[in-house]
Design a protein around this ligand. Structure first.
Ligand code: COA
Length: 429
């Protein structure tokens, strides 16, 4: 085993890509694949070497880490530049020797220097990223719908609002999807932009996916003909006692209006032979169960954290969003890389540590570093969850994670920061 200091962490080159992909597959316990030169070129075209780190033990890649530019929608519909992190792996032979910490330090420092306001990721396991100042800022819920119990009219034959549903193919989805998703992204705090590759991957375009089962795609158009919703779903083929008991698995469903959401869920629950619908990852306060006369027909099968956010620039983060109320709050922020909650982390920067005075009102907010005493004392990871509006400062104070230096400050924070609908990120990256 090489001493840890002999393992080099560096940006990869084009020539490292095949080895880097092999290490990525190893880390994610996926069988490695043999690709031709052309396949390697096509399937790794999105991997920008300058934003892609590898750890090399001799000439073998043993850890992977990639980031890419992203727009994250904040409360009020503005967006901040984010450093989106993905493809994080350390080979089992090299785990727990600080390689993730070294790669994270390098990437976050570069992100801060570039002017990104936050870093984002979707965590494979909860305990990994809090130490680096990430906090779970959006959540997700998955339901399984027992179709016969929904109380929906079994004679349903299409939306009653003048809209219509059509089945389309992958090429249509690639045409209609990006603009629809971008409209959703701009209106939905917690949502991130999708690149063109996402649409190619998720419609099985040849050349960039290894194996593919064609799903069904349904599009909802309003009475005026505007595309307002799209869904991708598959069905199994399950019969017993001479009865069909098929389950529709929703790969993804996006909609820009409640009418489109309602129509697509009703459509999915109206398909002959389908007795169960698995919804896929939805917003934690999705309208879905309440579209049914009997909402209990939708059973929650999973509830989890989703998008993790690491604030790199507190001032710009707090000034980018809107606030429903008017008020002032002084926040004393501990940065994840030096606070008691993350002892043991040797490197990294205190990107966000300091005291900040937030003056917020319906016309905008100003946030400035201050030497005033903090009203609330909190870790940068918890600030991320409060920032997107999902978490409650009063709740975090009850957990001992937010310190109230001024009586009632947590309630003031909630009145300013919480939102009527919860943030949601429909994307996995
Ligand atoms: C998760 C993973 C990347 C961690 O890499 P690593 O190089 O072992 O991490 P480090 O050695 O830098 O660990 C830093 C600290 O985090 C802790 N840690 C790392 N992974 C952890 C995990 N999965 N659960 C709990 N703690 C973890 C370490 O114990 C260490 O704690 P310490 O500083 O108190 O000693 C690696 O185990 C892995 O590839 N796992 C499988 C794939 C995966 O889950 N990737 C993440 C995708 S989002």
């Amino acid at each position: 085993m090489s001493p840890t200091q002999d393992i080099v962490v560096r940006a990869i080159t084009e020539d490292d890509k095949a080895d880097w992909i092999r290490a990525l597959n190893t880390g994610f316990l996926r069988p490695s694949e043999t690709w031709s030169e052309q396949e390697l070129k096509d399937r790794t075209a999105h991997i920008v070497p300058a934003r892609t780190l590898g750890a090399f033990d001799g000439d073998r890649c043993v850890a992977t880490f990639r980031s890419f530019p992203q727009r994250l929608t904040v409360v009020g519909g503005g967006a901040v530049p984010a450093d989106a992190i993905s493809n994080v792996t350390v080979s089992p032979t090299h785990r727990r020797r600080g390689l993730l910490t070294r790669m994270m330090a390098e990437d976050l420092t570069a992100a801060r220097d570039r002017g990104d306001v936050v870093a984002t990721l979707i965590a494979a396991e909860y305990p990994i990223y809090g130490r680096y100042g990430f906090g779970p800022a959006t959540r997700t819920t998955e339901w399984t719908i027992d179709v016969p119990r929904t109380g929906l009219d079994p004679r349903w034959s299409g939306p009653a609002d003048g809209g219509r549903i059509d089945l389309v193919d992958g090429a249509d989805v690639r045409k209609l999807g990006p603009e629809l998703h971008e409209r959703l992204r701009r209106a939905q705090p917690g949502a991130v932009d999708r690149d063109e590759r996402w649409w190619r991957l998720n419609t099985g375009e040849r050349g960039i996916v290894s194996s593919w089962t064609e799903p069904f795609y349904a599009v909802y158009r309003s009475a005026a003909g505007e595309v307002q919703g799209l869904a991708s779903y598959e069905s199994d083929d399950h019969w017993h006692d001479k009865q069909p008991h098929n389950t529709a698995d929703v790969n993804w469903l996006i909609a820009t209006t409640p009418a489109a959401e309602r129509a697509l869920w009703h459509f999915l629950c109206s398909i002959d032979w389908i007795t169960k619908v698995k919804t896929g990852w939805r917003a934690p306060d999705d309208l879905l169960p309440d579209f049914f006369p009997d909402p209990r027909a939708a059973r929650v099968t999973a509830q989890a954290d989703w998008l993790w956010v690491r604030i790199l620039d507190v001032v710009r983060a707090l000034e980018a969003r809107t606030y429903a109320g008017t008020g002032t709050l002084v926040l004393e922020v501990f940065d994840g890389w030096g606070s008691p909650r993350s002892s043991g982390v040797e490197s990294g920067g205190r990107f966000a540590a300091g005291r900040y005075r937030l003056d917020a009102g319906p016309d905008g907010a100003s946030c400035v570093p201050t030497s005033e005493d903090g009203d609330l004392v909190l870790d940068v990871a918890d600030l991320a969850a409060l920032w997107l509006g999902d978490e409650s400062a009063v709740r975090l104070a009850a957990l001992g994670r937010v310190g109230e230096q001024r009586k009632g400050a947590a309630a003031v924070a909630d009145a300013l920061l919480r939102t009527s609908r919860r943030p949601w990120c429909p994307d996995l990256f």
